[in-house]
Design a protein around this ligand. Structure first.
Ligand code: FES
Length: 129
């Protein structure tokens, strides 16, 4: 059973944009809103070189990274031919209010950091804790 933490109202997230959620530990989580008001949440870290996905453009249930235009799906997977994955987070919307899973927010992917420099990793882990 999940404990949910209230984040914001649906309308606080710009259409085809994102809202960042800071965490006590780990990188921010980005909540994305598509053109049909569908939402998905990912670690705000591109699996390519760590770009801020929250600054990308939402295309359907995907987001285009603002740095090199990789496309990352709502499940965190990079679209082929690119390879990699960023952790995704569970969310729910009730009565126009957006919630994230409190346990995931506190513990999921807290060890991932934004790369400073260097070549891209071809297979960034999705299962980091
Ligand atoms: S860092 Fe996102 S596409 Fe390169």
């Amino acid at each position: 059973m999940s404990d949910w933490i209230h984040i914001c109202q649906l309308n606080d997230i710009p259409p085809l944009g994102a809202r960042r959620v800071a965490r006590a530990s780990g990188m921010d989580v980005a909540i994305f809103r598509d053109e049909t008001d569908g939402l998905f949440a990912l670690l705000d870290r591109c699996p390519h070189k760590g770009g801020p996905l929250s600054q990308g453009i939402v295309l359907g249930n995907r987001v285009a990274c603002p740095l090199h235009n990789w496309t990352i799906g709502c499940d965190g997977q990079a679209a082929a031919p690119d390879e990699g994955c960023t952790p995704s987070f569970r969310l729910k919307v009730e009565d126009g209010q957006v919630y994230l899973d409190a346990q995931e927010l506190a513990t999921h992917a807290t060890t991932q950091t934004r790369p400073i420099a260097g070549p891209a990793s071809h297979r960034a882990a999705c299962t980091a804790s």
